[in-house]
Design a protein. Structure first.
Length: 286
């Protein structure tokens, strides 16, 4: 899921440090944060509900709250979300109940975080998952069987040099996620096809971000409607149709992300692509 944590953001909190000074000034007007919320929320489901729906890759952006003395870390997308610790515990509870399930946690944006904040976050990750954390290794050596044997359930990617300090943090380069940055479905699908054709055949995972990104004028036109009603609702079926035509494998799709994964049968559609791999293996044996 894209911006996985943004099912809830706090419109009473300060505007996040991921926003421009102009947006921060505008947010002093009372209704602006209500509008921001409509465009910051990209999921309807909580972590647990996403896990129950079949989501296994989580796109995570985090920040400290400037001025906070306790150095707590929060999820963020324009506005602050829940505490990272609370989200990690929700995920860990699911994994404990389902010991053969594997999740990818992709910490790819950090805001207002110094070394002390990073150390706190890394410690939180370690405290939450403990022996479930999978040490970084070659991507090709990762199979469900080896993970089950080691009782590892969590692959944590950390797009910051601090990953070097802990064996259970995978470098961000191991999971590239090219971003189309467009409001056009046609341009998005062309971008997805192009980046798949150019992806590395070995050595890394690959994220296809099947998402549309609003421009300033998009937000201005759909001020009240928000992201879901203005961009996602009418375009997600076409994006899902593209997903259905894909094939997994060395140069095919690997991880696919979407906004509002519950609006269509997104997770089931992606998971069913794995059946094509089984068919290929069966044909190879014939």
């Amino acid at each position: 899921s894209h911006d996985s944590f943004s099912y809830w953001v706090d419109e009473k909190s300060p505007v996040g440090p991921d926003q421009t000074p102009a947006i921060k000034r505008l947010a002093r007007i009372s209704f602006v944060k209500k509008v921001m919320k409509k465009w910051s929320v990209t999921q309807n489901l909580t972590f647990r509900e996403q896990l129950d729906a079949g989501i296994r890759y989580f796109d995570l952006r985090v920040s400290s709250k400037p001025g906070d003395a306790d150095q707590e870390i929060y999820f963020i997308h324009g506005l602050f979300g829940i505490r990272v610790w609370d989200g990690l515990m929700e995920i860990d509870s699911f994994l404990t109940q389902h010991p053969r399930e594997i999740v990818f946690l992709d910490f790819n944006h950090f805001y207002a975080m110094d070394e002390a904040h990073h150390k706190r976050l890394i410690l939180r990750i370690q405290e939450a998952f403990g022996s479930k954390l999978c040490s970084a290794c070659s991507v090709e050596s990762m199979t469900l069987q080896t993970l089950w044997e080691k009782k590892c359930q969590v692959l944590t990617f950390y797009h910051c040099p601090f990953y070097k300090q802990c064996p259970f943090l995978w470098p961000g380069k191991k999971i590239p996620a090219p971003w189309a940055n467009t409001t056009s479905v046609r341009k998005l699908l062309l971008f997805l096809e192009t980046t798949l054709s150019e992806r590395a055949p070995r050595g890394s995972f690959h994220v296809s971000q099947a998402i549309l990104t609003p421009r300033v004028k998009t937000i201005a036109r759909g001020l009240v409607g928000g992201l879901k009603n203005t961009l996602v609702h009418r375009n997600l079926p076409a994006i899902l149709d593209w997903v259905k035509t894909q094939k997994p494998g060395a140069m095919g799709v690997n991880i696919i992300t979407s906004d509002f994964v519950d609006l269509v049968d997104f997770a089931t559609t992606v998971i069913e692509l794995n059946d094509l791999l089984q068919e290929d293996r069966a044909l190879a044996k014939c």
